[in-house]
Design a protein around this ligand. Structure first.
Ligand SMILES: Cc1ncc(COP(=O)(O)O)c(C=O)c1O
Length: 408
């Protein structure tokens, strides 16, 4: 079965927007296009339900029901319980709150392992705990490969370790880490795992029950939806954390680690992502399936398509002597988030030329400063980052290759 790309692209208004015509989008790791289902739900909520939710009058009652359904439906797709899903303003803020909620669970001198492959969102807030009595152990990446080595982790972890923080996939290295294996190592030592899934989830939602992470985070504005951060927190943990909300919210699971009270309409619009997934499922498959089964089948469809495009791009990039690929050069365990460094021209020169070819992509460090320090990559200028998703077409990849040929 092949992904019907025409159908997929028809679900994203950006692809028929006149001002974007001719521009190929390769900055998806910074934020994806939104599907029409999410945009429609957001507009609809702002028009019809922009009232305080959970009162008995109809507009308010419906607002609450729409929000509750977002928790329910998302939990189905991720294969966890609705009470384990939390929506906060962003992943960065969610980690910040978590660091404060978890600190009282640990005592002076306890250790936490923080990877050096992470975006700063899953690094800075943990490292700050060094000022509050926690010992930070750094899990470095290979200076040539940019990869995290499990053997290194085994040398760092001990029964003093309380937590391991690492990314499912780095937003600059693109390598997919074996979350299940790492979680099992952490659990053997009684430590919990906090996984940044922001750069992974846009390529297919994980089955969180199977993955085994205790806390898993991703950003919904990178997965076709509104600007929110989603966190899964294993229900066994929530009761042990310190309440970060108003004192009278103690014991109210949904509020304890989301003190900011995020935008109700955006929570409602989360369902738009799942409406989109359901529409793609219905278009390709006839059999009925549970949300997590649908998710699994959609993942295969999305990944197969992305893989074809990635193969084409990697074979072009590896054939060039004038470009360095940061991270894996092969398809194995790799997401289509590829950082490159031109060898004969500056990042800025190449970037300018690519823009002339109507290519939208990113340059810099993408807040993934730690891996670049480990790898000795200077910032500025950092790297050029190419990232695409299942809605990207082969024609767009060819436009990119033509642009790169001219620019390099
Ligand atoms: C891998 C990764 N983690 C975390 C973040 C931070 O997410 P947010 O913008 O929701 O705070 C980003 C943002 O680009 C990211 O790429």
């Amino acid at each position: 079965m092949k992904l019907d790309l025409q159908f997929v692209r028809s679900q994203f208004p950006a692809f028929s927007e006149p001002s974007l015509k001719g521009w190929a989008f390769f900055e998806n790791a910074g934020g994806s296009y939104s599907c029409k289902q999410s945009i429609d739900r957001l507009t609809d909520f702002y028009v019809k339900n922009k009232v305080q939710p959970y009162y008995p009058y109809p507009a308010s009652k419906l607002a609450g029901e729409i929000m509750d359904a977002s928790y329910e439906r998302m939990s189905g797709y991720l294969n966890v319980e609705a009470s384990e899903i939390h929506f906060g303003p962003s992943t960065t803020l969610n980690v910040y709150v978590l660091a404060n909620a978890l600190r009282p669970m640990w005592k002076e001198g306890d250790e936490i392992i923080v990877s050096c492959q992470d975006h700063e969102a899953n690094a800075g807030a943990w490292r700050k705990l060094s000022e509050r009595g926690i010992k930070i152990i750094e899990w470095h990446v290979g200076s040539e490969t940019g990869l995290l080595d499990i053997k290194d982790l085994e040398g760092l972890i001990s029964d003093r370790t309380k937590m391991v923080a690492f990314p499912h996939c780095s937003n600059v290295i693109g390598h997919i880490n074996p979350v299940k294996e790492i979680s099992e190592i952490a659990h053997k030592h009684g430590a919990i795992c906090i996984v940044d899934g922001v750069a992974y989830a846009p390529h297919g939602f994980p089955d969180l029950r199977e993955l085994g992470a205790d806390i898993y985070l991703f950003s919904l504005y990178k997965t076709f939806g509104p600007h929110l951060g989603l966190m899964f927190v294993n229900k066994k943990l929530i009761g042990k954390m310190e309440n970060q909300s108003h004192f009278f919210k103690e014991g109210i699971t949904r509020n304890m680690i989301t003190p900011a009270g995020p935008d109700h309409a955006q929570i409602g619009a989360v369902q738009g992502i799942l409406d989109y997934f359901d529409a793609v499922y219905k278009h390709h498959f006839v059999t009925d399936a549970t949300p997590s089964q649908r998710n699994r089948l959609l993942n295969e469809l999305f990944r197969e398509h992305e893989r074809g495009l990635l193969e084409r791009l990697l074979s072009f990039l590896t054939s060039r002597k004038d470009v360095q690929i940061v991270g894996p050069h092969t398809l194995e365990d790799r997401a289509p988030t590829i950082s490159i460094i031109p060898r004969h021209k500056t990042v800025n020169e190449v970037y300018t030329k690519l823009t002339e070819h109507r290519l939208m992509l990113g340059k810099g460090d993408f807040y993934a400063v730690r891996p670049f320090i480990d790898m000795g990559i200077p910032r500025p200028p950092g790297v050029l980052r190419i990232s695409f998703l299942h809605y990207t077409s082969i024609e767009e990849v060819d436009q990119l290759i033509t642009g790169l040929r001219a620019a390099l």
